[in-house]
Write a protein that binds this ligand. Structure first.
Ligand code: BGC
Length: 324
């Protein structure tokens, strides 16, 4: 009997192991294919078109797809050939490999999410030496050789949300924060700005800060754990596009629907959540405009015009009044 049980357990472990191995090879294959496709396309640029590359943080993330959409509109307008590439799941090293490849392929211009990673900074210098203009988008790489930054002023966006939360909560509350990533500058700046603005409200405090790795599932898991650990938390804030939605899921899972939830970005699901009262407000960014503007700036550069080094796109707080 005991032997039989051991066999069953062994078979289950073997099954799980084979599944994980299969998933690993499938993902590696998908990544290899996308890098390979990029190679193929780089070998066939059309004669008189500028060839530009947009490297995202996560290929199918709806926020990055909006950036892509805006960039494609501009690329069509100025007749450029644009490649949109990025890791399937957030992976800074892979992002850097794409950048390396784009520089080696001598494309005409690159748009990439910035960071302070020394590897990225040295690639920005290398690109400048090769006369390839690079724009940072969504997150800046300050003090680097990038041509310009296009995106939200992240510190101010955190501050704006903080002021809104403080007003709406009448200066009182215990807050839990789910941030997209502890290593990404945009999220660090958002949290910093948020803390700065609630500083002047002594009855408003942040109890805990956790990271979601920009995944809705992880946001939900971290939020659930946080709300269970600190039952006095009555306000939850998410700093990336899917965090607010993850927090809602967590609140529903543990029956804490009365919690006050604030998020970032204006995805369709986020606006619906505000309409139905599940979320109170969100800090709206303009990803499509970021994409459009960055391609426009590249066009400006290609046609010999000067380019400002920092282009902040508009931000706003969206609440039930705005989504009616
Ligand atoms: C951030 C992006 C991030 C996205 C993830 C946005 O708020 O600006 O950096 O990739 O959320 O969902």
């Amino acid at each position: 009997m005991v032997k039989k049980k051991a066999y069953v357990v062994l078979i289950i472990i073997l099954g799980v192991f084979i599944y994980l191995l299969w998933s690993f090879f499938r993902t590696s294959y998908q990544i290899q294919q996308s890098v390979h496709n990029m190679d193929l396309r780089y070998q066939q640029p059309s004669a008189d078109q500028q060839h530009i590359v947009l490297i995202s943080q996560e290929l199918d993330n709806p926020y990055w797809r909006s950036i892509e959409k805006g960039a494609r509109n501009a690329a069509d307008k100025w007749d450029m050939q644009m490649e949109y590439i990025g890791p399937i799941r957030i992976n800074p090293d892979e992002q850097i490999r794409y950048l390396e490849k784009a520089i080696a392929s001598k494309v005409d211009g690159i748009i990439v999410q910035g960071s302070r990673d020394p590897k990225l900074l040295s690639l920005l210098t290398k690109a400048k030496q090769k006369h390839i203009p690079i724009l940072t988008i969504d997150t800046d790489a300050p003090n680097s050789e990038r041509l310009a930054y296009v995106g939200t002023d992240n510190f101010t966006s955190g501050k704006l949300l903080g002021e809104y939360v403080a007003n709406r909560m009448s200066g009182k509350g215990t807050i839990g924060v789910i941030m997209g990533s502890r290593s990404a500058d945009n999220h660090k700046l958002r949290v910093k700005g948020f803390l700065e603005s609630i500083k002047s409200y002594p009855k408003l405090s942040v109890k805990s800060v956790e990271e979601s790795n920009i995944s809705q599932i992880q946001a939900s898991q971290m939020a659930e754990k946080m709300m269970r650990t600190y039952p006095d938390i009555n306000v939850m804030v998410g700093t990336s596009a899917l965090d607010g939605l993850g927090i809602i899921q967590a609140a529903e899972n543990i029956g804490r629907e009365s919690i006050h939830i604030y998020g970032f970005d204006n995805l369709k699901e986020t606006k619906q959540a505000i309409q139905t009262g599940k979320m109170e407000a969100t800090l709206e960014q303009e990803p499509a405009m970021m994409g459009y503007k960055s391609v426009q700036l590249l066009h400006q550069f290609f046609t010999g015009h000067s380019v400002k080094t920092q282009y902040f796109t508009p931000i706003d707080v969206l609440d039930e009044e705005d989504v009616k």
